[in-house]
Design a protein around this ligand. Structure first.
Ligand SMILES: [Zn+2]
Length: 246
């Protein structure tokens, strides 16, 4: 942070967190699930086979919901190339769209405030910071931190936030400290939600329709079972990776 009097990132205007999604929740949800299955999972499959983690990310145009950048974890190369960071880095190598035709076209970049960010797994402290510094103000994730810990045997998102960032307030005991949220999911920079929370916001559909979408979320989550297994097997075999926390 450049100075204590200017809490916003120093480049560009102060971003404003989106209060709730600017797209109708079901359209956004179905687009993200399709993108995960058709684009992110095939990339992830190649990544885990060579020693990278299962995490992926995408940047979508807020107006058309077209994917502008899709990437996965590349910790084989560097421990900092998480799916989200890799996606942001690749996005910023793209030329800024200069014409209406280029806007919303893959291969071109638009201002981050005009995009929606998706991370397959709830972003870790590094990626939360990357998302914030790059000016993304609305993000979604498929798996929560608890899923990463319990389903993927990757506890570091929670552990790093607890150990590095969580400071006892006056009056806190171990119990009240543990009960505190690990970060502000709604703040002046961004609003972050799981896909299940996004579904909850879909007031235009009934319970039957919602149940259908809950099942669809579950089905896409289950596509990660095999990927996680490949990663864990590679880890056991000692596949080469720059990752420190495996
Ligand atoms: Zn991360």
């Amino acid at each position: 942070m450049a100075s204590t009097t200017s809490p916003a990132p120093s480049s560009g205007a102060t971003p404003t967190a989106a209060p709730s999604t600017t797209k109708d929740p079901i359209t956004l949800l179905s687009t993200i699930l399709r993108l995960t299955e058709e684009r992110i999972i095939p990339l992830t499959s190649a990544g885990v086979s060579s020693g990278s983690k299962v995490f992926g990310a995408a940047i979508l145009s807020r107006s058309s919901l077209r994917p502008l950048s899709v990437s996965t974890n590349n910790e084989r190369e560097s421990p900092l190339l998480h799916g989200e960071i890799n996606c942001i880095q690749q996005y910023f190598t793209l030329p800024l769209a200069a014409t209406p035709e280029e806007t919303d076209q893959e291969g071109y970049r638009i201002p981050t405030k005009d995009t929606i960010f998706f991370a397959t797994h709830e972003p870790c402290s590094l990626c939360l910071s990357g998302i914030t510094w790059a000016g993304f103000n609305e993000f979604y994730y498929l798996f929560t931190y608890e899923d990463s810990r319990d389903l993927f045997a990757i506890p570091y998102d929670i552990e790093i936030l607890e150990e590095v960032f969580r400071v006892k307030a006056p009056g806190d005991d171990e119990k009240t400290l543990r009960e505190r949220p690990l970060y502000n999911r709604r703040n002046k920079f961004f609003t972050g939600r799981s896909l299940l929370e996004l579904l909850d916001e879909a007031t235009e559909v009934g319970e039957e329709e919602k149940e259908k979408w809950r099942k669809e979320i579950k089905r896409v989550k289950e596509l990660y079972d095999g990927l996680s297994k490949t990663y864990q097997e590679g880890k056991t075999k000692g596949v080469e990776s720059a990752s420190v926390w495996k």
